[in-house]
Structures are given as structure tokens and as C-alpha cells.
Design a protein. Structure first.
Length: 72
């Protein structure tokens, strides 16, 4: 099994960026781990806690609705 290991020097630092992550509660043991990994990676590349907002929705059907509302 291969593991993806990015070259950290080639990845840009994140500045003046705000990110919203919408997570389905369905299969939360999986989606929660994915969310946590995304948040940790964003912080590793320069985002602060206040730059990352996390939202939970009941299931996959609600993901696109929540994302569209956040974009508005």
C-alpha cells in the first residue's frame, strides 16, 4: 500500500483564506475523521482556528444544500 507524501516545500502557505467544511453525520466515525484530517492539514499550512468553520448536517443529501447556503 502506497502512502501519498506531498513535498511540503512545493505546497503554498495559506493566507487570507476562510474555509467552511460541511460534514455529514451519517457514518460519523468516517466523516468525522476525514473532517479532522482536513482541519489539521489546513492548520499545518497556515490557517488559524478562526479561519476554519465546521458544520454538521444529517446526511449526504443535505451537503449540497448547506454548501450552497454557505456560499451565499
Amino acid at each position: 500500500m502506497s502512502t501519498f507524501a506531498p513535498d511540503n516545500a512545493s505546497l503554498p502557505r495559506l493566507e487570507d483564506v476562510r474555509v467552511a467544511i460541511v460534514t455529514a453525520e451519517w457514518n460519523g466515525h468516517i466523516t468525522g475523521a476525514l473532517r479532522d484530517g482536513a482541519v489539521n492539514t489546513l492548520k499545518e499550512y497556515g490557517l488559524k482556528d478562526e479561519d476554519v468553520a465546521c458544520y454538521d448536517v444529517p446526511g449526504a443529501v443535505e451537503l449540497t444544500f448547506a454548501a450552497s447556503k454557505l456560499i451565499e
